[in-house]
Design a protein around this ligand. Structure first.
Ligand code: ACO
Length: 335
């Protein structure tokens, strides 16, 4: 049986930096409030005057990952694209990437698992490679949150947290024993779907009463989050996902060389770090600079950690995520 390993990584974030102080032009908030509760100092938001969109950013990250894998676009067998903020309601963004990169008519699959989107995508790609169906799969996570956030005091509890960006990985077949993705673990609990959700622009739009009430000021057209509820579930599920990944491979917490948690909130990441007694060099966080980029967060952080030389050959790398759905999971990698 084959295994899969990451052979190329890339990311792209828009140039436009929005600091916490910048946000005060739209809403009542403060740098102190945001940093204390989330750790975020600044985020990147697309400048609408630029060409950037979710798919455009995804394509930019993808080009870098393909090149670093030593491949060309024609070597890619399949695309998996994770986003909650596609450019169009349909079709999905994967086909846009296929077109933007001028790729052959390979399959393109969109994954809608929000903050866990990259974990789910990586797991799906791993299965395709293990069965021998595909050799090289492009896995992308990208988000344009800024286009859909409520830039007013009413929306501040959500708006200050999210940033735009994209990351991509090429997952390739390997016959090296004990290397690459060792296991992946996926979960969901849909009864909490509305605790972190965007209700408005859905199939509900065709319901007459909703057309009637189609008010752009309607809060249901912006993301809603029950912050404290999400926090409490996140710390439990993140921990479970990491333990599950370690246990499945007969590993202990001391075996972790690098933990890349979804960049939900620095306080959540710090809680997990403390629980697993990991030193600072074993957890990578960049939420301070980019905010929460949902499906892009893990892959941007993984790419940065790798670029900075913090991930070395044979390291045990654990990726873990929790998010809207609720969905959560982990991927355990021997680098
Ligand atoms: N600036 C200033 N004040 C604010 C802001 C803001 N941006 N947002 C909310 N407030 C106010 C509220 O209106 C409220 O005021 P009140 O007491 O007068 O009513 C007060 O601050 C406290 O609001 P809470 O929502 O209770 O604030 P809390 O301390 O819970 O912090 C936060 C909010 C940061 C969202 C917290 O609940 C949290 O960390 N939750 C985890 C959820 C998370 O991390 N989500 C990330 C995305 S989901 C994911 O990726 C998994």
């Amino acid at each position: 049986m084959y295994s899969s390993k990451i052979t190329g990584l890339g990311y792209y974030v828009p140039e436009n930096v929005v600091t916490n102080d910048d946000l005060t032009q739209w809403m009542e908030t403060s740098d102190e409030w945001i940093q204390e509760r989330t750790g975020i100092k600044e985020r990147r938001w697309i400048d609408p005057k630029t060409e950037d969109t979710t798919a455009v950013m995804g394509a930019k990250a993808a080009r870098i990952a393909i090149e670093r894998a030593g491949l060309t676009k024609d070597d890619i067998d399949f695309i998996i694209f994770a986003t909650l903020s596609p450019d169009m309601y349909f079709p999905g963004g994967g086909v846009q990437i296929q077109d933007m990169l001028d790729m052959p008519t390979i399959g393109a699959l969109d994954v809608r698992n929000q903050c866990s989107g990259f974990i789910y995508s990586l797991s799906v790609a791993d299965q395709f490679i293990k069965t021998g169906m595909y050799k090289n799969i492009l896995v992308i996570g990208a988000e344009n949150h800024s286009g859909g956030l409520e830039k007013s005091t009413r929306g501040r509890g959500v708006t200050v947290i999210f940033g735009d960006g994209a990351g991509a990985a090429v997952l390739s077949r390997t016959e090296e024993k004990g290397k690459g993705i060792l296991s992946s673990h996926l979960h969901s609990e849909g009864k909490h779907a509305k605790e972190l959700a965007l209700i408005g622009p859905s199939t509900n739009r065709w319901v007459p009463e909703i057309i009637e009430a189609n008010d752009p000021e309607d809060a249901s057209y912006f993301p809603h989050m029950n912050g404290q509820f999400v926090f409490k579930h996140a710390v439990v599920r993140f921990s479970e996902a990491i333990i599950e990944g370690l246990t499945a491979n007969g590993l202990q917490k001391d075996d972790i060389d690098m933990l890349i948690p979804h960049q939900a909130n620095l306080r959540i990441a710090q809680f997990i770090q403390k629980k697993f007694e990991l030193s600072n060099d074993k957890v990578y966080n960049n939420i301070m600079r980019y905010g929460n980029t949902t499906a892009a967060s893990i892959i941007i952080a993984l790419t940065e950690a790798w670029e900075e030389g913090k991930i070395k050959e044979d390291d045990l790398v654990v990726l873990a995520a929790f998010g809207s759905g609720f969905t959560w999971g982990s991927v355990v990698i021997r680098w």
